[in-house]
Design a protein around this ligand. Structure first.
Ligand SMILES: C[S@@+](CC[C@H](N)C(=O)[O-])C[C@H]1O[C@@H](n2cnc3c(N)ncnc32)[C@H](O)[C@@H]1O
Length: 289
């Protein structure tokens, strides 16, 4: 497997872009592929997908899926430097989501007082706070924190660790995370140390780790992964939560809400809130049964 240094950009109307995103989600070979979808030009109704494949194989798969979608214009940009992700994100502004302020090294001197500041640099892991799914999770968490405390928190698909670190910095006594991607786990542990947060991360698929299960039951589980694994993990997430515990789920498109919600409602959850960012959705579900 060779490392990819391309960005794939696609333009089309909303229906076309969402259909292409659904095709990416449905392809099991592209499970780990990272992309964003957003409305680029509201007046002209132009939507845009940016994909950041990490291997040549993934790049070929994403390009083929996008090109198969009628009505979508696809371009592949070669990125000269291997550090392309850091470069492309280095100019991005900090992200504010409720009480949380997520910033990179280049914002060091501009950190506000009286906020929960999370230093997360762009790198090889997903979750600098700029993506609609991460913002949705942080906004949902911020709102819940106005009324509740969460002693034990699990972050499934931790990426940079931003969500578990946010929990550790707001009083959670236990904050653990898992990721199927080993480099993300390493980066998340580094970020926890950098932020002086008592969060720890392990390499595991879903909740499939004895120590992670042993730290439960949890008061809150974050899972910002894609719709198919959210559905597949519904029973595991339920079993990991206390009664009245909360799941904050994201990584799903608005068009996938019904499918994901159904998997949780049928297991005794109630839907408390939905947050929309671009085409993305974050769901707040509480375990009642
Ligand atoms: C969209 S990123 C979310 C990162 C971060 N939690 C955030 O909110 O910004 C999804 C992460 O989930 C990981 N992932 C995908 N499927 C997973 C699974 N079944 N178990 C654990 N991690 C998974 C990916 O490797 C990726 O790092």
């Amino acid at each position: 497997m060779s490392e990819s240094a391309v960005q794939i950009i696609a333009h089309g109307d909303r229906a076309v872009a969402e259909a292409a995103a659904a095709a990416l989600d449905a392809d099991p070979l592209l499970e780990g592929a990272t992309y964003s979808i957003l409305e680029e030009d509201e007046e002209r109704g132009v939507w845009r997908i940016d994909a950041f494949p990490t291997t040549d194989e993934e790049a070929a798969g994403v390009e083929a899926r996008l090109k198969a979608q009628d009505g979508l214009t696809v371009t592949v940009d070669k990125l000269a430097d291997a550090d392309w992700l850091a470069m492309s994100l280095s100019g991005l502004p900090p992200v504010e989501a409720g009480r949380f302020f997520v910033y990179g090294a280049h914002d060091q001197g501009r950190v506000p007082p009286n906020r929960v500041n999370l230093k997360i640099d762009a790198g090889a892991a997903f979750g600098t706070g700029h993506h609609g799914t991460t913002v949705g999770c942080l906004l949902a968490f911020d709102e819940l924190l106005k009324r509740e405390r969460f002693e034990r928190v699990l972050d499934v698909g931790c990426g940079t660790g931003v969500l578990a670190i946010a929990a550790a910095k707001t009083g959670s006594r236990v904050a653990v995370g898992t990721d199927i991607d080993a480099p993300s786990v390493r980066i998340a542990n580094e970020n926890a140390a950098l932020n002086q947060a008592k969060a720890r991360f392990v390499h595991a698929s879903g909740l499939n780790d004895r120590k992670v299960r042993g730290e439960g039951p949890y008061d809150l589980v974050f899972a910002n992964i894609l719709a198919p694994p959210l559905v597949a993990l519904a029973q595991d997430i339920k079993e990991a939560l206390k009664l009245e515990g909360v799941a904050i789920l994201s990584g799903l498109l608005r068009t996938q809400e019904r499918r994901v919600t159904a998997a949780y409602l049928s297991r005794g959850f109630v839907l408390e809130r939905r947050i929309h960012r671009d085409a993305w959705s974050a769901l707040v579900l509480r375990r009642k049964g």
